[in-house]
Design a binder for this molecule. Structure first.
Ligand code: ZN
Length: 115
C-alpha cells in the first residue's frame, strides 16, 4: 500500500486525537465532566484555563471535534496543540519535542517513522 506524505501526517494526528482528553490527567490537568447543560457552548470537559489566570473554569474540551476552546482568553486547538502548549513547546521548532513526548508516554511512533 502506498501512502502520500500528507496521508501519513493525517494518520499521525488522528492517532494523537484518539488518545482523547483523558490524556491531560497525565499532565496534571484536572479536567472534569461537564454536567447536563443547555448551552451550546458547553464542552464535554471543563477546567481552569492553564493559559491565563481565572477563578472559574473557562476552558472547554469537546469530544466530537477533539478541539479545546477557552472562553476567557481565546486559546484553542486540538489535542496535539494543547499538549504542546502545556509542555512549554511554544515554537514551531519545538514540535519535535512534543512528538518525542507522545512517543515516550504513549508509544505513538514519530510521524516520519510510520511505514
Ligand atoms: Zn484561557
Amino acid at each position: 500500500m502506498f501512502f502520500t506524505l500528507k496521508e501519513k501526517h493525517r494518520s499521525y494526528f488522528e492517532e494523537v486525537r484518539d488518545l482523547g482528553w483523558v490524556v491531560l490527567l497525565k499532565l496534571g490537568i484536572k479536567i472534569r465532566k461537564k454536567g447536563n447543560s443547555f448551552s451550546p457552548h458547553t464542552g464535554d470537559y471543563i477546567t481552569l484555563c492553564p493559559f491565563h489566570t481565572e477563578k472559574s473554569p473557562s476552558m472547554h474540551f469537546y469530544n466530537n471535534s477533539s478541539r479545546f476552546f477557552c472562553y476567557g482568553c481565546g486559546a484553542s486547538g486540538d489535542v496535539f496543540n494543547f499538549i504542546s502548549r502545556i509542555l512549554g513547546h511554544n515554537y514551531y521548532g519545538d514540535k519535535i519535542k512534543t512528538y518525542r513526548w507522545l512517543k515516550k508516554n504513549y508509544g505513538i511512533p514519530l510521524p516520519w517513522e510510520k511505514l
